[in-house]
Design a protein around this ligand. Structure first.
Ligand code: 13P
Length: 344
């Protein structure tokens, strides 16, 4: 296999009509997802669930450019032991990716804020993940909107860590997904769409300044931001067009056009909301970068529910996953419609 450049990998991750499946739930998070369908979170059940998604070959080939894996999954083999899960997804042309951060911990001196850890020993881990097939990685920083939050210290510390991570990835031939997530489920009732805009803008400006200082090549990265959206506790709803327009406005003022693509997280939006917002951004605006999806919950919720941990539901679950992937594929081209959603 010829060695791909960082730019080629990044371009392939955001290829037209495709996006990224975030299947990198940590052991704690996947347990929560499995609890919701009354399935025990065992090594085998986690494998069976993820294997089922990767076997949905039509969807994987057509709409899923890459999959973000968790450390356990990148080492796992299929139930019949014939191939690794990495080989399985690569057979459909999907690029393997890996979550490399070690999660968000309390930020010292700022008890309500978080700093993402995982830089120690990262060079060695990236080296190993490359050998296991990973060609891109993910690091997620979380920023909470609250009273007097986020502080500059929190924004700066997280942006700095993202930039150090991104530089290490590129040094090791791995494309970094840079994910500074402004949470939509923060505690603050005054967290409306304007506040989300302001905080997202501050976070993105700081992140790109740190990426610049760290010498990160923008052509060889993918940004994974939140959309500009009212907080869940605000009790406010914004029109889908408003979310789309403010998100694009914010990104245009912060993200250099050298970045090949932006792949959103869904962050707690319903799956259809996340699809509609993405589609409107693409249909209403001329954009300097590709805008696509890197959804976890919004790609998997329907499939997880349809599966329910039962073998006989595998086909139904794969169909649900394929439908969601197809809808988001349309959204990445600005072509999603309510009629398409209903299969018309
Ligand atoms: P959600 O789409 O469920 O927010 O997950 C995306 C992700 O990878 C968060 O890090």
């Amino acid at each position: 296999m010829t060695k791909q450049t960082l730019e080629e990998i990044a371009e392939a991750m955001v290829a037209p009509g495709k996006g990224i499946l975030a299947a990198d739930e940590s052991t704690g998070t996947i347990k929560k997802r499995f609890d919701s369908i009354n399935v025990e979170s065992t090594f085998e059940n986690r494998r069976d669930y993820r294997e089922m998604l990767f076997w949905a070959k039509g969807a994987m080939k057509k709409n899923i450019s890459g999959v973000i894996l968790y450390d356990e999954t990148i080492r796992q083999r299929t139930a019949n032991d014939k191939q690794s899960l990495v080989e399985l997804m690569m057979a459909s042309g999907s690029i393997p990716g890996i979550k490399v951060d070690a999660g968000a911990q309390d930020l010292a001196g700022y008890p309500d804020e978080k700093i993402t850890e995982g830089l120690d020993g990262l060079r060695g881990r990236l080296n190993e993940y490359y050998k296991l097939g990973a060609r891109f990685a993910k690091w997620r920083a979380v920023i909470t909107i609250g009273e007097h939050m986020p502080t500059y210290n929190c924004i700066h510390a997280n942006a700095h860590a993202l930039a150090r991570y991104a530089a290490l990835c590129q040094e090791n031939g791995i494309v970094p997904i840079v994910e500074p997530e402004v949470l939509m489920d923060g505690p603050h009732s005054g967290h409306d769409i304007e506040q989300c805009y302001e905080v997202t803008e501050a976070v993105l400006k700081e992140t790109f300044q740190e990426l610049y200082l760290a010498g990160v090549m923008l052509e060889g990265m993918v940004l994974k931001p939140n959309m500009v959206i009212p907080g869940q506790k605000s009790g406010k709803k914004a029109k889908p067009e408003e979310v789309a327009d403010l998100t694009v406005q914010c990104l245009k003022s912060c993200v250099p056009s050298a970045v090949p693509g932006i792949a959103f997280l869904s962050g707690g939006q319903s799956d259809i909301e996340a699809t509609e917002h993405l589609s409107l951004m693409n249909s209403r605006h001329d954009l300097p970068w590709t805008l696509t999806f890197s959804y976890g919950r919004a790609l998997q919720a329907a499939a997880l529910k349809a599966w329910g941990g039962k073998k006989e539901n595998v086909k139904k679950a794969q169909d649900a996953f394929a439908h969601r992937a197809a809808m988001n594929g349309l959204a990445s081209k600005g072509k999603w419609t309510k009629a398409a959603e209903k299969g018309k």
